[in-house]
Ligand binder design. Structure first.
Ligand code: AMP
Length: 185
């Protein structure tokens, strides 16, 4: 099966909708603000239509989205694919029994969690992981690890964009193929 890639004119619509915020949340970081994709119906629909087209024949059972912007794209895509959505949350937010995975930050550690029964006891469910952006890959790798711990079969990790100079893509590629909709941004 051929991978569905983004058409250049559609890529431009989405790229143009992203707002760069210099020095947020701290000096030296350029924050990629995707709220300006969400409030732009052409850009949001172009992106979601593309994701639906790419994944509709991949027999995905669950879309797992990373806290918090991965929830928005992930839940919309799960609805489009007519499958369930699983939130992978920052520590302490999920109310039922969780499994968790720690990952290193520049200073210190962080942790992501998933409900232990998130895949509803299905055998070897096919999972698509999604987030808005991959930077160092720490968060996504921890999420991929959680999916595997819970018995999920990670089919692909999908990001709207990747900051390739930080090497995150190589890290997460160890778990499953990676698709960055816009490539490097
Ligand atoms: P990382 O674990 O370093 O790959 O960081 C990825 C997570 O942090 C994702 O959930 C992103 O939403 C967020 N993130 C990291 N860097 C940026 C950035 N420059 N702009 C927007 N979000 C970012």
């Amino acid at each position: 099966m051929l991978d569905v890639e983004l058409e250049p004119e559609d890529r431009k619509i989405i790229v143009d909708a992203i707002r760069d915020i210099p020095d947020f949340p701290k000096p030296g970081i350029t924050f990629k603000d995707i709220s300006t994709i969400l409030n732009n119906r052409t850009a949001f629909c172009t992106l979601m239509d593309h994701l639906e087209e790419r994944y509709e024949d991949m027999e995905i059972d669950f879309v797992a989205g990373i806290d918090a912007r991965g929830f928005i794209f992930g839940a919309a895509l799960a609805r489009d694919l007519n499958v369930g959505f699983v939130p992978i949350r920052k520590k302490g937010k999920l109310p039922y029994t969780t499994i968790s995975e720690k990952y290193a930050l520049e200073y210190g550690v962080d942790e992501v969690e998933m409900h232990i029964d998130a895949f509803r006891g299905e055998e070897n469910p096919r999972i698509l992981l999604i987030d808005d952006l991959i930077a160092t890959g720490g968060t996504a790798s921890a999420a991929a690890s959680l999916i595997q711990k819970a018995g999920g079969n990670l089919i692909e990790s999908c990001f709207v964009m990747s900051l390739d100079f930080l090497g995150g893509k190589e890290k997460i590629e160890k778990f499953a193929p990676v698709y960055s909709v816009l490539g490097e941004k």
